[in-house]
Design a protein around this ligand. Structure first.
Ligand code: GDP
Ligand code: GDP
Length: 441
């Protein structure tokens, strides 16, 4: 499981600036879509061979808390959810009494903590550090979040403190090719949309009770099953087993659990409730899914017992509020009665195959040439953008890398045109497709 790092510190020390700097590499997928905001509290960091989830605990506490309540809540959250705490202090303001209190709380819990001094541009390392040794947190990392100073060293230090965050070997395509497919399907949706009912449907009642793994607030239950000769692993965020056997208490929606499930999955099945249409939390989930780059299937549940006019309203509502998921296929189902459920897995398989697609450079380049001859890219400062060739740079989601001259100047509208063109010709359904440009000018 992906390790989790939490940022803790007083307001204004620079936590969100640090958060944005570290998570920015993941902006690409979401940035294009107006109206879809990123989650500014939880993010994924992939840099310098590191791979971890970052939490800005400052974003989780509400405005009305006084300082000590605020800090206590942050520290508690970090202790509960994180593997490593980065305790941020302000090098300009110097040591504050509340810094000392929080340091003590963190130290007494025994959670690994690293001290990070921010806002140190133009200062000498030793000078700023001296102020904070009394916190008893050891040698500090000295950074400037606005200028990006000290981040390489900070990431190196994270590797030392949290070896499980380091990616030692990138998974080789060749190595995985011979293995039979295992489609890892995360079943996601806000509480009460019918995830557990659907999972039970997919598995058949008798299979569910067999799984008896312990669970914490941040992990999901993985349930392997086979259907029509295909192996699946269902990633159950609803806690079917826990709820049916241990208690009837509803699981709370947890962003961290969702992120972990998406990391483990190839395909996300987003379950929606036809009786309620799209609500804010559905959008939040959709944003997290989009940002993860996973393939997506939409299941609009509780389709039973709706009037025709209600059904039309729901279908329109989804199109209007989730336009950024228009690459995903939508199924209207009733998990309770079983209608429509049988077809879901077929779409899941298609989405998986699209996400894992392999296309040789020659084919991609030919499609690129066709796209260009159908519709020329625009002129930039009197010169035409020139594309030379395209190759596949990754899967789940497919990344199509286009090489040429002045490709950086390609307008978004043309990029979208290329994306749709590749999607149509290569029959990529149910997965985001990323177009990236490399320029040789
Ligand atoms: P948070 O409340 O801890 O999340 O702090 P923010 O990230 O919102 O930063 C608070 C203020 O400090 C903002 O005006 C930032 O631009 C500024 N800031 C953040 N990092 C640095 C830094 O390295 N140097 C300086 N001089 N200012 C910084
Ligand atoms: P979860 O919290 O997402 O796992 O939701 P559950 O599977 O526990 O379902 C929540 C409620 O919705 C339960 O009362 C279910 O019986 C009901 N429900 C689930 N699927 C359907 C459906 O297809 N139609 C109708 N009418 N109710 C359903």
């Amino acid at each position: 499981m992906k390790p989790v790092i939490a940022l803790v510190g007083r307001p204004n020390v620079g936590k969100s600036t640090i958060f944005n700097r570290l998570t920015r590499s993941r902006d690409a997928l979401v940035a294009d879509y107006a109206g879809l905001t990123r989650d500014r509290i939880y993010g994924t960091v992939r840099e310098e061979n590191l791979d971890f989830i970052l939490i800005d605990t400052g974003g989780l506490t509400d405005q009305t808390d006084n300082m000590s309540d605020l800090m206590r809540k942050q520290a508690k959250l970090a202790i509960d959810e994180a593997d490593l705490v980065l305790f941020i202090v302000d090098g300009r303001a110097g040591l504050m009494p509340s810094d000392t209190d929080v340091a003590q709380q963190l130290r007494s819990d025994g959670k690994p903590v690293r001290l990070v001094i921010n806002k140190t541009e133009g200062e000498q390392r030793e000078m700023v550090a001296a102020d904070f040794y009394s916190l008893g947190l050891g040698e500090p990392q000295v950074i400037s979040a606005t200028q990006g100073r000290g981040f390489t060293e900070l990431l190196e230090e994270i590797k030392v403190c949290l070896p499980q965050a380091e990616v030692l070997f990138e998974e080789e395509d060749e190595a995985t090719d011979d293995r039979p497919d295992d489609i890892r399907l995360a079943v996601l949706g806000r509480p009460n949309v019918g995830k557990s009912t659907l999972i039970n449907r997919l598995l058949g009642e008798e299979r569910v009770v067999a799984f008896d793994e312990p669970g914490t607030t941040r992990d999901s239950i993985h349930i392997p099953f086979e259907k029509d000769g295909v192996n699946y692993t269902l990633i159950d965020t609803a806690g079917v087993r826990r709820r049916s056997k241990v208690s009837e208490k509803l699981e709370k929606f947890s962003v961290l659990k969702t992120l972990q499930a998406l990391e483990d999955a190839n395909v996300a099945l987003l379950v929606l409730d036809a009786h309620e249409g799209i609500v804010e939390q559905d959008l939040h989930l959709a944003g997290l899914i989009l940002e993860s780059g996973r393939a997506v299937v939409l299941a609009v549940n509780k389709w039973d017992g709706l009037e025709k006019s209600e059904r039309e309203w729901v279908a329109t509502n989804i199109e209007r509020r989730l336009p950024f998921m228009n690459f995903a296929k939508t199924h209207f189902i009733s998990a309770l009665h079983g209608s429509g459920v049988g077809l879901l897995l077929k779409t899941v398989r298609q989405a998986y195959q699209s996400a894992m697609t392999k296309v040789p450079t020659s084919r991609l380049t030919r499609v690129l040439e066709d796209a260009v001859s159908d519709h020329q890219p625009p002129l930039v400062r009197g010169r035409r953008i020139k594309f030379r060739y395209a190759h596949l740079g990754g899967k789940n989601p497919p990344r199509i890398i286009i090489h040429g001259n002045q490709t950086d100047a390609t307008p978004n509208s043309y990029k979208r045109y290329l994306e749709n063109y590749f999607r149509d010709v290569l029959k990529l359904q149910g997965t985001p497709v990323m177009i990236e440009f490399k320029t040789s000018d």
